[in-house]
Design a protein around this ligand. Structure first.
Ligand code: T4K
Length: 369
């Protein structure tokens, strides 16, 4: 049997490069609590993303959770259910109520035309997701948010490296959260960051991720522990040097899938957005009725060949009982529900040989009856 192929595979720098990066830690013995590597990565990422304000976290989830806490929001947050459960949990764990807006058929981001009707007196913020690295309708969302005086917090977990009209994905809305998990285009093993407009958030986030501590004898907020450690930051410093090459190699895989799967009736392939420089983070296909096999049958056919695609994101987050029991009104999100039942994310990573892409595509095609 062939080696297993998973949906993602962590990018890693040459071992020697990482060893050099962590060598100073053996002199200083400073392993965490926002040390030299942490500071260097924060500066490097702010420069790469061309943002003024950036704060690192131990993972993307806690970055989102803590930025919602720092913004002291109360009430309802409009978001989408077609996302990783983290987005919804971050809202709920802050005592906020998610209000689910449906998504667009073409790129699976929030349907801005349905947004305004969900805004009530209780709305505290809008939290859209740049799902798969597809950017939301930035200008349209901005206009609605401005009109209603609402902050926009983007879950940009998938969008590191994406640019729109020559602006990085961290520059939109009031806040953008990136994930640097091992499976992402850019990883710090585990990790995440938030970029934000309001510079005053910097100190508050610094406190919240370090137990709310302001000084040795002063605790000013009920915080937690969400600090990125020095080994994670060192991994980030190394991986950042290889990022352009990483995205280029992903591009080749993405393009190969497109040509190997084009014109198959009943298969809908991802399309690239206008005016956008993508990061090729995911390769989601939709398996529709006309294909002649269900999404789950394609999933099983791949699994039989030791190819482990994933159903990101199935079910939609608003179908989980632990979420449903916390909702004030059941949300109608039929587009998200339908896409979620058709979607399959195929393996994509820089090291995936193009011959394997062809084999995966052939296995998908042969799943039809
Ligand atoms: N918002 C959105 C929209 C997100 O998608 C995510 C995370 C977040 C927020 C929260 O950000 P973080 O707190 O995670 O920074 C994975 C990731 O754990 C998660 O980061 C990601 N989204 C989600 C979409 O996918 P799983 O449970 O599907 O991952 P897992 O462990 O099954 O890994 C998938 C494959 O990747 C494995 O089969 C093999 C490969 N892999 C995995 C690991 C852990 C590697 O090559 N190296 C590794 O170290 O959630």
């Amino acid at each position: 049997m062939e080696q297993p192929i998973y949906v993602a595979r962590s990018s890693m720098p040459p071992l020697e490069e990482y060893v050099e990066e962590i060598r100073p830690l053996w002199d200083t013995h400073m392993l965490t609590n926002m040390g030299a590597k942490h500071q260097a990565l924060e500066a490097a990422l702010a420069q790469y993303l061309e943002v003024e304000n950036l704060s690192l976290f131990v993972n993307g989830h806690l970055a989102l959770e803590m930025v919602l806490q720092a913004m002291q929001l109360k009430g309802e947050v409009i978001t989408t259910p077609f996302t990783f459960i983290s987005t919804t949990h971050a809202i709920l764990r802050n005592g906020l109520t998610p209000v689910f807006c449906d998504i667009r058929e073409d790129d699976f981001t929030i349907d801005a035309s349905k947004l305004e009707s969900l805004i009530t007196e209780s709305t505290a913020a809008i939290l859209p997701v740049h799902v798969y690295g597809n950017l939301c309708e930035i200008e349209r969302i901005e206009a609605i948010a401005k009109k209603h005086h609402l902050p926009v917090i983007y879950d940009a977990a998938h969008a590191f490296g994406v640019r729109y009209r020559d602006q990085g994905a961290g520059s939109f809305g009031d806040v953008s959260m990136f994930s640097f998990h091992a499976t992402k285009v850019f990883n710090t093993i585990e990790g995440g960051a938030v970029c934000f407009r309001d510079a005053a958030l910097k100190e508050r986030l610094h406190q919240l991720k370090n137990f709310g501590i302001q000084g040795p004898e002063e605790v000013v907020a009920v915080g937690g522990n969400a600090k990125m450690n020095e080994f994670q930051a060192a991994m980030g410093l190394c991986n950042l040097r290889h990022l352009d090459a990483e995205i280029e190699r992903r591009r080749a895989v993405f393009k190969r899938y497109c040509s190997a799967l084009e014109n198959v009736p009943g298969l809908r392939l991802p399309h690239l957005q206008k005016d956008t420089q993508p990061n090729y983070a995911y390769y989601p296909i939709l398996v529709q009725d006309a294909f002649g096999a269900s999404r789950d049958e394609v999933f099983d056919a791949l699994a039989k060949n030791n190819i482990h695609a994933r159903k990101y994101f199935y079910p939609p987050t608003n179908e989980h009982p632990c979420v449903q029991e916390r909702l004030t009104a059941p949300a109608a999100t039929p587009v998200a529900a339908g896409i979620s039942r058709q979607v399959l994310t195929l393996p994509i990573y820089a090291d995936l040989p193009l011959a394997e892409v062809d084999r995966i595509a052939a296995t998908v095609r042969s799943a039809r009856v």
